[in-house]
Design a binder for this molecule. Structure first.
Ligand SMILES: Nc1nc2c(ncn2[C@@H]2O[C@H](COP(=O)(O)OP(=O)(O)OP(=O)(O)O)[C@@H](O)[C@H]2O)c(=O)[nH]1
Ligand SMILES: [Mg+2]
Length: 468
């Protein structure tokens, strides 16, 4: 990609979603201003799409066109040998700084700074004369125009009418795009189809398509790695408390609560990391609404009913909470309580290595220590939530304004596939390695942990690609 960056003007009627399209194509949630007030963008503004560290496309956002009927009439009165000449004459004249100031910004950008235009269309609108005049005015600039049909998923979309109108205006290439929830592969189709309008740039556009596909794969891999790492953290969790303390109801409650908080902390970290992988930022003021994740779903992790259901899906029947004995109650949902064992297991090696006397002493001390761990249904729920979130983020446009709500299959009904169950089974080795929990020791860099993380990530990715 050593050729100069492709320059594309984003044009169209006010409120059609031009700035939103650019947020999505560049994955920059804070580019420009987006609102449902008409006339939001007031000046042409450039934004670059960088691929492999280089500017591959320079997009130029433009103000919305408002009344092209009058402008087209006016252009018809001007002198000039060709239509672009008349547009130039208009741009030199006083009207370009007065009545048609906004329109002039658009035409100047297209004529002087762009190789092509993407014409964003709100397909919920009927094909009014002003829109036809807009298309006609744009074609006067003699630049390739690629219509981008927006809002096509809306029930009110009149895409059929628009297809006909565009063909009547000799615009035969077009793409359908939903800036809030882009279709799978829509972004690549956009550049691929642009090549039909810009044959000289065909190779460059093919390079962009390839680079985008690679980026998408890298994001997916990174996301699966994040989910795998979070699951290992939680599977490895283990906290010990002397049995006497555990028998004290207040201490027990505080202990269990602290443990649950730690599980949520790991879940939260995974969520934050996922948001970062897909370039959504939880703490951006403009984005404060986007992740609707701080609340309910993390509590679901310890909801006895939800867990019972998840347990059934795991093939565990009604064993959730069993084995916990007298203290098996709501507070312990999803958590296992048992006499300290892992510490014993680790020290077992020392015992066989001739340290028997020391081992005895420790064993006695360990006697009466209770440990909390996480049960499989919690891991299943967490895997389900995080995998669902990752997929939702992969499909989310950076123009989306509404709150993202994820509801995994395990919590909300629907099919829960074997892939996730297999993931939970694969987590078993982590249970024997409390030091693998990140934040507790340096164990996170352990080679075995890394290997498990890679294997798990691969399994998650298979599932991601299969379903996505
Ligand atoms: N649901 C949905 N909303 C969209 C879509 N595209 C844009 N919007 C919304 O439509 C409104 C206008 O979007 P903008 O991106 O500001 O439109 P614009 O064409 O840049 O508007 P001006 O700058 O005023 O010309 C905003 O409220 C967007 O959130 C879409 O594909 N789906
Ligand atoms: Mg705008």
């Amino acid at each position: 990609m050593s050729e100069p960056a492709l320059r594309i003007a984003i044009v169209g009627h006010t409120n059609a979603g031009k700035t939103s399209l650019l947020r999505t194509l560049t994955r920059q949630v804070d580019f420009g201003q987006v609102s449902n007030r008409p006339g939001t963008t007031r000046h042409a503004e450039a934004i670059d799409l960088r691929l492999d560290g280089q500017v591959a496309v320079r997009f130029i956002d433009t103000p919305g066109l408002e009344d092209s009927v009058a402008l087209l009439d006016f252009l018809g009165t001007l002198e000039g040998d060709s239509r672009p000449e008349r547009v130039r004459a208009f741009l030199r004249g006083p009207e370009a700084r007065a009545a048609f100031e906004q329109e002039a910004k658009v035409l100047r950008t297209l004529l002087e700074q762009a190789d092509a235009a993407m014409l964003v269309i709100d397909t919920r609108e009927p094909v009014l004369p002003k829109y036809r005049a807009e298309i006609e005015t744009l074609t006067w600039c003699a630049r390739p125009v690629m219509p981008v049909l927006n809002f096509v998923r809306d029930a009110a979309s009149r895409r059929g009418d628009w297809h006909r109108a565009l063909e009547e205006s000799n615009l035969h290439a077009r793409v359908e795009f939903d800036v809030v929830a882009p279709f799978h592969g829509a972004e690549r189709a956009l550049y691929g189809d642009l090549a039909t309008l810009l044959p000289a740039r065909r190779q460059q556009l093919a390079g962009i398509v390839d680079a985008l596909a690679l980026q998408e794969r890298e994001r997916r891999q990174a996301a699966c790695r994040v989910v795998a790492a979070g699951l290992i953290d939680v599977a490895a969790m283990r906290r010990a408390l002397p049995a006497d303390d555990f028998a004290d109801e207040l201490k027990q409650k505080a202990f269990v609560r602290a443990f649950q908080d730690d599980v949520r902390r790991h879940a939260r970290r995974a969520v934050d990391d996922l948001l970062a992988v897909f370039a959504f930022r939880p703490d951006d003021a403009e984005l404060a609404e986007i992740p609707q994740l701080a609340g309910r779903w993390e509590d679901d992790l310890f909801n006895p009913e939800v867990l019972k259901d998840a347990g059934k899906r795991l093939g565990l029947g009604a064993v959730i909470g069993a084995g916990v004995g007298a203290v098996a109650d709501v507070a312990l949902a999803g958590l296992s309580l048992g006499a300290a064992t892992t510490l014993g297991a680790t020290l077992g090696g020392a015992a066989s290595g001739g340290w028997r006397p020391l081992w005895r002493k420790l064993e006695n001390r360990l006697h009466g220590v209770q440990e909390l761990t996480v049960e499989d249904p919690v891991l299943l729920l967490l895997a389900d939530h995080l995998a669902t979130l990752a997929r939702a983020l992969a499909q989310r446009g950076h123009a989306a304004q509404d709150r993202l709500r994820v509801r995994g299959a395990a919590a909300g009904g629907g099919g829960l596939d074997d892939g996730l169950r297999a993931c939970v089974r694969e987590l078993a080795p982590a249970r024997g390695h409390p030091e693998w929990e990140r934040g507790t020791s340096a164990g996170a860099s352990d080679a075995d942990r890394q290997e498990l993380e890679s294997a798990l990530a691969r399994r998650l990715e298979e599932r991601f690609t299969r379903d996505g």
